[in-house]
Design a protein around this ligand. Structure first.
Ligand SMILES: Cc1cc2nc3c(=O)[nH]c(=O)nc-3n(C[C@H](O)[C@H](O)[C@H](O)COP(=O)(O)OP(=O)(O)OC[C@H]3O[C@@H](n4cnc5c(N)ncnc54)[C@H](O)[C@@H]3O)c2cc1C
Length: 434
């Protein structure tokens, strides 16, 4: 149980993504006066067009033994979901070097345990929040299916399933080819099988973000959109004020929650924030009722969120819409929507679906996952600037870990005993890298 003391500072949260908004919520709940400063609008970064999975099953970090070798075919293929356009970028090369050195079984064990704690805390917090303050966000407890086209990869997943069960009590259910076709009639026949994680959920991230914004405003949080933070005024180990496009803002405490763009503030904070943007795409389609309702040859889109393991494409049912997402491009701060890539992802998804995806989505989107080389988020006080905290680097699980990250930050700022061990997320872990 948390013990709270009476420190309730004024806090300015920089960045109105899912992490900044949850941090604002938990700080406000504790009686802090909170302002969110957002350059564009709430959720305009990576937090609305994502796949909407709240997935406590995603315990394993990307850096694991053999990860580099395993990724090579993806990297060498033009169609690969993972791509790293070669360029002279010392930040990227340094990041890749560190990632490579984190691909050990000891780091995997350490990171998985910390991710498990944060994911579990977050799922409990989501359920608790939605029970008390319902937001219409299409929350569904449909689980998450990972589908394998080939028998070898399907069978090999058994080892992962055993490991997840023995270490973390997460047991996916095995569906062989015919069971999978029965479970999910929206899939083509002939796939090797799937593993279903029944403890996972999904939601509509745009609805979550707009509902959360409304709740924050109702509960007294000030939200300043179209306000870009341009400079940090640090003096003698304290952040005195931030200079923004709308003037200077002072505060007792600041939280940096600018996602993939957090490294731009590392220098004034005198610390390492080793995050690179992992660009991903999503397309949202309107479901064509004529394909699902009429005739014996009905072909509904899947009702369950699914990750197609062989092509790293993910699909999410969102009411009368359907989202397809994929790709991890370490391509720098590039927001371009590449039409060929969009078509490639759509065509990839189509090869698994009986439902005929329209050629044209109702929306296409790209966002930057904030990727840290050890695949653990950065949650904690800046080592050199006393009144500034960082909440960033949640990588591929930022939506899933938003509540837990926000809660931890609020507990740290208010001097409470933290719900889980915060040490694995501390920025101090990068100090020896400078
Ligand atoms: C294709 C794709 C699919 C994904 N699917 C999932 C999923 O299913 N489940 C899951 O858990 N995660 C998923 N993710 C990851 C998740 O979306 C991210 O981890 C998460 O959104 C990161 O949130 P954030 O608040 O840290 O960053 P952001 O959402 O990027 O928010 C940062 C905010 O800071 C603002 N900002 C930046 N600089 C400044 C400045 N100078 N001044 C003021 N404001 C500033 C930005 O405008 C932005 O709004 C996915 C990501 C992608 C790309």
């Amino acid at each position: 149980m948390n013990e709270s003391n009476s420190y309730r500072p004024d806090v300015t949260v920089i960045g109105g993504g899912v992490i900044g908004c949850w941090a604002a919520h938990y700080l406000n709940q504790r009686g802090c006066t909170v302002t969110i400063v957002e350059r564009d609008s709430i959720g305009s970064g990576a937090s609305t067009g994502n796949c909407g999975y709240v997935c406590p099953s995603h315990v394993m970090p990307l850096c694991q033994p053999g990860a580099v070798l395993h990724s090579l075919p993806q990297l060498l293929s033009r169609k690969g979901a993972l791509s790293i356009p070669l360029r002279l970028d010392p930040v990227l090369w340094r990041w890749l070097y560190r990632f490579f050195w984190n691909c050990t079984s000891s780091h995997q064990t350490h990171a998985a345990a910390a991710r498990h704690d944060l994911l579990k805390l977050s799922m409990d917090a989501y359920r608790d929040f939605l029970r008390h303050s319902p937001i219409e966000c299409q929350w569904q407890d449909a689980g998450l299916m990972t589908v394998h086209r080939g028998q070898r990869s399907f069978d090999a997943f058994e080892q992962v399933a055993d490991h997840l069960q023995s270490e973390y009590g997460i047991r996916p259910d095995r569906y062989d080819s015919s069971q999978l076709a029965e479970f999910e009639p929206g899939l083509i026949e002939g796939l090797a099988g799937g593993w279903h994680f029944s403890g996972d959920s999904h939601l509509n991230p745009s609805q979550l973000m707009s509902g959360l914004k409304e709740k924050l405003v109702q509960s007294g949080v000030t939200i300043r959109e179209s306000t870009e933070v341009r400079c940090l005024d640090v003096e003698r180990g304290r952040l005195r004020a931030i200079e923004t496009s709308q003037g200077r803002i002072r505060s007792d405490v600041f939280v940096l929650a600018t996602g993939a763009e957090s490294p731009f503030f590392a220098k004034p904070l005198g610390c390492q924030i080793p995050i690179v943007p992992g660009k991903g795409y999503s397309m949202t389609y309107q479901i064509d009722a004529s394909q699902t309702e009429h005739g014996p040859e009905q072909s509904p889109p899947p009702r369950t969120p699914i990750i197609f393991e062989d092509s790293h494409v993910a699909v999410t049912p969102l009411g009368d819409q359907f989202r397809v997402g994929s790709t991890m491009q370490l391509a720098g701060y590039d927001r371009r929507l590449d039409a060929d890539r969009i078509k490639m992802i759509r065509d990839d998804a189509q090869t698994y679906l009986r439902y005929r995806l329209p050629n044209t989505p109702i929306s296409t989107w790209t966002g930057w996952r904030p990727m840290v080389h050890d695949d653990l988020p950065c949650i904690g006080r800046s080592p050199r600037v006393d009144n500034t905290y960082v909440a960033s680097g949640n990588g591929m699980i930022g939506l899933s870990t938003g509540t837990g990250t926000g809660k931890l930050i609020a507990e740290l700022i208010c001097g409470e005993t933290t719900s889980i061990d915060a040490a694995p997320f501390s920025l101090k872990r990068f100090s020896r890298e400078s």
